[in-house]
Design a protein around this ligand. Structure first.
Ligand code: NAP
Length: 287
């Protein structure tokens, strides 16, 4: 049984590899990466490092050779490009004879979500289901890690800003999502054609998050509900691509409608413990 992880030089992928190494032998693990030289540390551990890119069907098909189970970690591009890339990855897996695909989707995927990347994930989920391969869909909620981007400004000014209002979002640490993926990859036969909603233990507001930062740092930190256009201006000022600016600002529009507040128990069922709370994550990160 050989298991492959794409995007293994990325943040989630490298954590999935770490958790999978605790569960199966290194020589049962392969990775597909765009730049193999960046994965020398994995090769040293006995992992089979292969060259793959979702933009190249032939290369990706070669990367999937002799693989039983593959985790496709979603990429980063505008919607049309990414939908085509993910479809290429699925086509390549099927052509190479992969038996089971695992995919990192998003929580509550919708075609018309304000979080515009959601439509990519819905398309990829459906494409995987139509492929006829066995599958497991991991509907990941938003990374708690993303919250740390606002911390330096908060510590400097006392203001923790986001256009979030009273929205509750079920943030969950990236590391926990990686462990859940590793559990599935280590025992794919237990997760055939399953879809898991991987959320934090509760939906947290940004006021609560500000209070967590204040508690651990001892500083006075308040949540500032940014107007949407101010938030967009901040994202543009750091030169993010337009599709990312639209997606990130839309995330909060959807969150205010309640799109990302529903809590699921699937993480605990899979991993055998609840995920780290956002409060504990923030506290550990800022110690
Ligand atoms: N749930 C959330 O809150 C959240 C937040 C951010 C992103 N995401 C999604 O989750 C994914 C993983 O998150 P992350 O934190 O690990 O992001 P990351 O560190 O940016 O990693 C993204 C990975 O995707 C790979 N990739 C990009 N384009 C590719 C292509 N054309 N072919 C093959 N691989 C490609 C990258 O390869 P290289 O290593 O070669 O660059 C990288 O390893 C992201 O790509 C994004 O789709 C989710």
């Amino acid at each position: 049984m050989k298991t492959l992880i794409t995007g293994a030089t990325g943040q989630l992928g490298s954590l999935v590899v770490t958790h999978l190494l605790n569960r199966i032998p290194a020589n049962d693990i392969a990775v597909s990466v765009r730049t193999p030289s960046k994965a020398d540390d994995l090769a040293t551990k006995g992992i089979d490092v292969r060259h793959g890119d979702f933009d190249d069907l032939a290369l990706m098909t070669a990367a999937f050779k002799d693989i039983d189970t593959a985790l496709i970690i979603s990429g980063e591009a505008d919607n049309a490009t990414r939908i085509a890339q993910h479809r290429t990855a699925v086509d390549a897996a099927k052509a190479a004879g992969v038996k089971h695909l695992v995919y990192t989707s998003i929580i509550a995927p919708k075609a018309d979500a304000d979080f515009t990347y959601s439509a990519i994930h819905l398309d990829t989920e459906n494409y995987i289901k139509q492929s006829g391969l066995r599958y497991t869909i991991l509907r990941n909620s938003f990374y708690a890690d993303l919250l740390m981007a606002g911390v330096p400004h908060a510590l400097e000014t006392g203001d923790f800003g986001a256009p979030a209002g009273d929205a509750k979002i079920t943030y969950i640490p990236r590391n926990d999502l990686a462990e859940a993926a590793a559990v599935v990859l280590a025992t794919p036969e237990n997760h055939i054609n399953a879809t898991y909603d991987l959320t934090g233990t509760k939906g947290v507001t940004h006021s609560e998050i500000a209070s967590y930062i204040a508690a651990v740092t001892g500083k006075k930190i308040q949540f500032v509900d940014l107007p949407r256009d101010v938030h967009i201006g901040i994202l543009q000022s750091i030169s993010l691509p337009d599709h990312l600016v639209v997606a990130l600002s839309g995330l909060y529009v959807g969150a205010k409608k309640g799109d990302y507040e529903t809590v699921s128990n699937d993480f605990k069922t899979l991993v055998g413990r609840p995920p780290q709370t956002v409060e504990n994550f923030v506290s550990e990160a800022l110690k």
